[in-house]
Design a binder for this molecule. Structure first.
Ligand SMILES: [Ca+2]
Ligand SMILES: [Ca+2]
Length: 204
């Protein structure tokens, strides 16, 4: 190939890199964590993890993995591991799951009629080796995507924190580090007593 053609192709590829939105630049962060829903914390019921896309393009998160295991190095292998060393869980986000630009998606432990049955909610049941349960005193939460069979961390929140009942942790800034505890505050949106039907969940 002539030198000039090679230069032209390289130039076009570089231009494409800047013009086409690519997932490596997408900014998906863990935005809110409900670790201790009232009365249900040890079973995990009603726990949720909210994701936020702070980028300007829709992001396809199909196939991304949510896990509360620190043992995720082999999680993208085929077949997926049948157990993790620390007996924590994982969940493969179903195909056709997208987060719009500057939009949110909530991953829920439990299906709640009227709350989780919409296209901005996904219930993490089924394809996980053990149910994901957020420890009431902190946990490991990782959002991974698989690249050539290797997990790439999209975002992670590894924290030690004593949850107050029915009070979630909300992120302050999408740009600051997830693992900086001063980037989180306790939400007061969930102080209403939860009921079994959880119809009093206030989202925002
Ligand atoms: Ca919990
Ligand atoms: Ca856990």
């Amino acid at each position: 190939m002539a030198k000039r053609s090679r230069r032209l192709i390289c130039g076009l590829l570089a231009l494409l890199w800047f013009l086409v939105p690519h997932s490596a630049d997408a900014r998906i962060v863990i935005n809110e964590v409900m670790g201790k829903p009232l009365h249900q914390s040890t079973a995990g019921r009603y726990e949720f993890i909210e994701l936020y896309n702070s980028g300007n393009a829709v992001v396809d998160i199909s196939g991304y993995i949510l896990t509360d295991s620190a043992d995720y190095a082999d999680m993208c292998s085929d077949p997926l591991p049948t157990s993790t060393a620390d007996h924590e869980g994982f969940f493969i986000i179903p195909s056709g799951t997208y987060i719009g630009a500057n939009d949110y998606l909530t991953l829920w432990h439990t299906a709640i009629p009227g709350v989780t049955d919409n296209n901005k909610s996904v219930v993490y049941s089924g394809a996980n080796v053990a149910s994901i349960v957020i420890n009431d005193h902190g946990d490991d939460l990782h959002i991974l995507r698989c690249q050539n069979g290797t997990p790439v961390v999209v975002d992670e929140f590894v924290f030690s924190f004593d949850f107050n009942p029915n009070i979630s942790l909300e992120r302050v800034s999408a740009d600051d580090s997830s693992n900086n505890m001063s980037n989180w505050y306790e939400s007061i949106k969930f102080t209403e007593e939860d009921t079994e039907g959880a119809t009093d969940y206030i989202r925002g």
